[in-house]
Design a protein around this ligand. Sequence first.
Ligand code: COA
Length: 278
Amino acid sequence: MEATFKPGFLKGKIVLITGGATGICYGIALGFLKYGARVCIMSRKLPNIQAAIESLKKESGSSEIYGTTCDVRKLEDIEKAVDYFIEKVGKIDVLINGAAGNFLVPFESMSANAFKTVIEIDLQGTFLVTKVVHAKCLKGRGGSIINISSTLQVCGVALQTHAGAAKAAIDAITRHLAVELGSQGIRVNGIAPGAIDGTAGFEKLTPEGGLSISMKETIPLNRLGKKSDIAECAMFLASDAASYISGQTIIVDGGAVLTFPNFTLLSPQVRKLLNPSL
Ligand code: COA
């Protein structure tokens, strides 16, 4: 990743990444740190935050990483976390809404609370964190917001009605806020990752074993995504190089949505959930 951008090109930027302790968002945090940004992460679980801070420091060689616990469903938690970061680093220029919850569940057996839980974490969490960071940091100063979306809602993936509905609405938030906050110098964009190797989402949603080979073959760029692919898109969107881009959700999936069979239907785990008698 080092060679992609000029070293230090994000120096001076202060980034808050929700969900930054694990998965794709950990990769985003690492990218921003490597290129000179100061990074704040929050997650529900303290041990995850502590472990992430330690390994981000080691992997990036930077000590400009700060973290605290926060449940993005709770406004008071968010207010407290954002105040904590402002005290530590002074301001936030870039907000990356990546906190998400997910599980595979058939529509027929999904409880109202299961649906609500994912909507509250993914969608309402994006709304609430954006509201607090806007009021405390971006209003009057400008900045950049990046919402982490998905391609679930583009393909219509089985067992993902809750998550796909939340992500579709997040894409709508991206467009609405780009229009509403543009005159304040705030750009709002999204990133929709495809199958990213080494993440919980990938393990849940893709078939095991030999099938992953044909999966790669059906992706136009013939490989699975890497966390650094998403990090690089986020760094570009946050940088001055994207200063005239707003309201866009960029699909980063090697072209997969154009050609992908609905692989989740081939996953033994998904087939079992859809038809327990198998
Ligand atoms: N299948 C069906 N329903 C499920 C479920 C599953 N695998 N997991 C949770 N639910 C339902 C619960 O049964 C409950 O509904 P109910 O009250 O009607 O029974 C509701 O969802 C809330 O579950 P609960 O475990 O109390 O919520 P939580 O706030 O503690 O945690 C998650 C919610 C999404 C964070 C949790 O399921 C989780 O940790 N998931 C894995 C981690 C993850 O999502 N990583 C991101 C990958 S993209």
